[in-house]
Design a protein around this ligand. Structure first.
Ligand SMILES: Cc1cc2nc3c(=O)[nH]c(=O)nc-3n(C[C@H](O)[C@H](O)[C@H](O)COP(=O)(O)OP(=O)(O)OC[C@H]3O[C@@H](n4cnc5c(N)ncnc54)[C@H](O)[C@@H]3O)c2cc1C
Length: 301
């Protein structure tokens, strides 16, 4: 490990660990160790850390890990996981919310509901953080985060502060034009005045719909593949006869065929093999390539 980075840990008490297992940072509960895992308390710590870091090629900024599968061989670079200090919400004038990037989507949705601010109800059933939601342009039930974003603040991997307006970003289905070397620190969202009762009804409706359609209490990162244009990935998987396929302890949810599951004791390699098998079957039967929605990070063993 970079000697200078060790100094930050020893002399300045930065929360830096070496070779920590990443499995507890992913909703799959899988993955090998990270060479360096850094949990900054504030922006200044990140800037100093980045200045000390010699090799900036392999940095991965992690949110809540609900869309990330870490491979069994771990990550040979630096994982930056914003600490809970980056979880905050400030209500500004004109129904604008300033939100820390580590804030959970559900926390923001609940806060907006309590304050009679409508528009963010769909976030109540996405289990990630605001940073992850922006990078993934997450959404459901006809809405997505790009519809509400005003601007974001962050740092590039050199530690330079940046502010980006919504209209400078191209958003598409589960992705954006944002640069790869970006650590989102906070974002502003526009809401509208709405009766609390209407907001809560909408949230309850969405949560009930999700419960009906998706598995809960399982180790998964949600939809494994993006929906190909005009098609549904779950239907292609089901109709190509993949529903019952298992690899080791990796399986496919009976409730939603695009949700792959670690049944306990799977390896990331098992999930990856399941992904490949399903991709091949769907390609063979429908001549459709399924692209990953989940992020596959690190090295295989
Ligand atoms: C049960 C379940 C249901 C789901 N349902 C939905 C759904 O309905 N709709 C939907 O869109 N998704 C859904 N997902 C997927 C997932 O929750 C979203 O993609 C979510 O927005 C990811 O957020 P995260 O913080 O967990 O991101 P992570 O998995 O931690 O990271 C995802 C990406 O975001 C980047 N990132 C995270 N934080 C930052 C930051 N601060 N700065 C820069 N980059 C950052 C990472 O580098 C990575 O590229 C579901 C997942 C599960 C497990």
């Amino acid at each position: 490990m970079n000697e200078k980075v060790i100094k930050l840990k020893k002399e300045l008490g930065y929360n830096i660990s070496q070779n920590e297992n990443l499995s507890r940072y992913s909703w799959f509960n899988l993955g090998g160790p990270a060479k360096i895992l850094f949990k900054p308390k504030n922006k200044e710590e990140i800037i100093k850390f980045l200045n000390y870091l010699e090799d900036k090629k392999e940095i991965f900024c992690l949110g809540a890990g609900s869309n990330t599968l870490f491979r069994d061989g771990g990550f040979k670079g630096v994982i930056i996981k914003l600490s809970s200090k980056f979880s905050f919400i400030n209500l500004l004038d004109n129904n604008i919310l300033e939100v820390g990037a580590a804030t959970l989507d559900k926390t923001l949705s609940n806060y907006a509901a309590k304050n009679g601010l409508g528009g963010l109800e769909f976030l109540s059933c996405i289990p990630g953080s605001i940073g992850g939601a922006i990078v993934m342009n997450s959404g459901c039930y006809g809405d997505e985060i790009s519809n509400h974003l005003i601007s974001l603040k962050g740092l590039d991997f050199k530690g330079k502060e940046i502010e980006i307006d919504r209209n400078q970003i191209e958003f598409f289905y589960r992705g954006t034009s944002l640069p790869r070397d970006l650590i989102i620190l906070s974002a502003k969202f526009k809401c509208n005045n709405e009766k609390k009762e209407n907001i809560n009804n909408k949230i309850n409706k969405y949560i009930a719909q999700k419960k009906k359609a998706q598995p809960s209490q399982v180790k998964t990162c949600g939809s494994t593949f993006k929906n190909p244009e005009k098609l549904k990935a779950w239907k292609l998987i089901k109709d190509s006869g993949c529903s019952e396929i298992t690899v080791g302890k990796a399986s496919i949810s009976k409730k939603h065929s695009n949700f792959f599951i670690n049944d306990g004791g799977a390896s990331s390699g098992d999930i990856e093999k399941l992904i490949k098998t399903v991709q091949n079957k769907v390609l063979e039967k429908y001549k459709v390539n399924l692209d990953l929605e989940i992020k596959l990070i690190g090295e295989s063993k």
